[in-house]
Design a protein around this ligand. Sequence first.
Ligand code: BG6
Length: 552
Amino acid sequence: MADLEKRLEETGVPDGHCGIGHTRWATHGAPSDTNSHPHRSGRVTVVHNGIIENYSELRAELEAQGRVFLSDTDTECVSHMIDSLYKGDPIDAIYSALEQFRGSYALGILFDDRPDTLYAVRRDSPLIVGLGEGENYIASDIPAILSRTTKYYLLETNELAVLDANGVQIYDSYRRPIEKEVFVANWDVSAAEKGGYDHFMLKEIHEQPDALRRTIQPRLAGGIEEIFRKEMPNVSDIKRIYIVACGSAMHAGMVGKHAIEKLAGVPVQVEVASEFRYQTLLFQKGDAVLLISQSGETADTLAALRIAKSCGVPTIAIVNVVGSSIAREADMVLYTWAGPEIAVATTKAYTCQVAVLLMLALRLAAARGISHAELERLAAALDSVPEVVEGLIARADEFKALAENYKDCSDLFFIGRGYDCALCWEASIKLKEVSYIHSEAYAAGELKHGTISLITDGYPVVGIATSDAHYEKTISNVEEVRARGARVMLICTEGTASKNVAHDLIEIPKVDEFIRPIAAILPLQIFAYHAACARGCDVDKPKNLAKSVTVE
Ligand code: BG6
């Protein structure tokens, strides 16, 4: 879209006040002009988020009717199908076409002979209808319309929206006009702007103290036994938790596992959503499935939620976007209040997810009789998180300087034990997704079983050793890689590292171990950000990535 805007500045904006555009995360065919959206076939023009799974057979049918395809995409089947069924009534043509499609879609549709009207319909892929003054919009997510309006409709599957400048009419899947609730986003316009920062990612790193304050403090205010009481009235019947998510959300779950098992004695299994949904699921009485998703629209996580529900298992969702699909379909929702997160690489949503998981651990522990004094200590530690994070952000230049030392690396290991290993996973993906430096998270004790053969002179290894219980063992692993020439950066709590244990040292405050996972990821977020900047990368929109992947 940014390139299109630039092109229009050069060529001049064509007449008209109704249009569609889409930067599609490539799913079929190489990114190219012919494969880019919108697609136009005959009298119909379409943008599409999602995947039409039976596009090959539809394409064969349509080509047999003499239709000529120009692209490699599944979406072109949509424009051709609707055009082939269009006899003058757009609504009829759209509904008839939808019956042919298998898969997911959020569609924006224009008809040549109705230049002032926009049609929109969805199945599984996110789509909202923005309500402005004398103008109306469709978008995948709220930030896209925030600069125009905060009022919007949420469309249900196969509800059709017909928009023009004067208003919006919604039809249900039986083509009956219906009234919809108007939602009002509680995000202000500045949320979708950089606010003076060079990048959204940097802005969102700096927003973490406030995001964490909004997420933690209202929950602690009522006392530990009241944490999530409204969302989860009864937790004592939870005997096992499956945490299911993708990407950084899954890494937050890995941290949550340690806290919940250690404090509450409830077994936790962390699963990648795209694997979970194809496993033999052996649910038992007392199981619960906890889904974590910033966007609340990730297709794999949404599919996992639906499978859990179809098995009759209680579902809990940790979500950042109010009213998103996962938030609406889960039995219970524990919101992170991070505010809109625009950068593809999550930072504030991740730390807020960890904070919610730590609070959930507290609530489960309280239900299982952990001592009140212990609970109070842990709650006080949680309460201090925003200031601890503020203190680390204030040291950003220290971490930026370190990024300079590693910006030209091509490969890098992150090693740790226990929850430090979970932090390695998040630190590794943060660095990879924004700076394109390949890195790998490894259980520190595992290196010697094969991977240590990769260590050569100067090979960069980041050791994360903030856990008291595992510090010595991780330092032994650091020594092992140093003995083979590695250049080591060590993250540990202040005062623990002996001199010269590492080439580069990041000491975090010796805060309660309960909240160290949140503290320790801050330097690594800032490190990844500055490595990406030093390499001239597109920090907020890394190549090939999307903020929320709504296809499988
Ligand atoms: C990726 C994002 O596409 O999806 C990550 O770049 C995110 O930041 C992952 O962790 C899961 O997305 P969500 O919205 O389900 O948390």
